[in-house]
Design a protein around this ligand. Sequence first.
Ligand SMILES: [Zn+2]
Length: 320
Amino acid sequence: MIETVVSIDLPVGERMEIRKNRHVPINQNAPLPRINIVTGTHGDELEGQYVCYRINQILSQHPEHLSGIVDIYPALNPLGVDSITRGIPRFDLDMNRIFPGDAQGTTEELIAWQIIQDMKTAQMTVDIHASNIFLREIPQVRVNVNTADTLVPLAKELNCDFIWVHAAATVLESTLAHALNSVGSPCLVVEMGVGMRITKTYGERLVAGLLNLMKRLGIWTGPTEPVTLPIVSTDGKVGFVNAGASGIFVPEVEHWNNLHKDQLLGRIIDPTSGTTLEELTSPCDGLLFTLREYPVVNPGSLIARVLEVEMPQNKESTHD
Ligand SMILES: [Zn+2]
């Protein structure tokens, strides 16, 4: 059942509507557990569109396996999704910087406030992001250290490669996730893929993870697949690689690869002169979980993030 969560008049007779698709069990015995699956806060992040499509499809085909409520919000920023704009186009504003909003505030603050009122009674919200057009991310869950005790066990259900536990200071207080977690409504943030694209394999993995999480929460009784056990890591274990020169970045490694310290990640080249301006190497042994996708770089541009892990000495020995 498609419901309108927010409906706001815009100038020149337009209306902005934020909608969700609500799935409820055939046999309703209140109170039911509820999960929100949310995406499209940033209009240029589209990986979650495929996930919403698949979850809606599965739940529509198998209502008999539903034992709780699933609310799917494919576009929290519908104007942004429609116009391939990261923020709210008319307001030139990052929507993930205005939560929890304000009922008496500006139009955008009112929108944010209404979204929180609609979502906060759920047992769980999963907010799906897709990096940006510059960086490609392997499927990962990001959790604030303050909420790690409760959220990391739930994040492990999501079939992602790793869980990044952020220090409190690096978590922005104006995000949807922070606003929900602050009022005791658990919210997990998934980052995967790259902006303006759909990576179907990542989408299918997260769909399996969401069904698995829904089973744990008593919302789904249907089949689930075994999920990947993620690596859990903190800020201190993440190495950053930034560009030192302006030019075109060409990677030399695959994403989510085991790297060794000082291994070549890629080169910044100058097409005009045919020269290499800089060679970028890994700061540590570890796993490459973020890699530059958009080739044009300037000094300071993020090229890669490497999760520092000790390389297994002999992988075969783990099989016996
Ligand atoms: Zn985002």
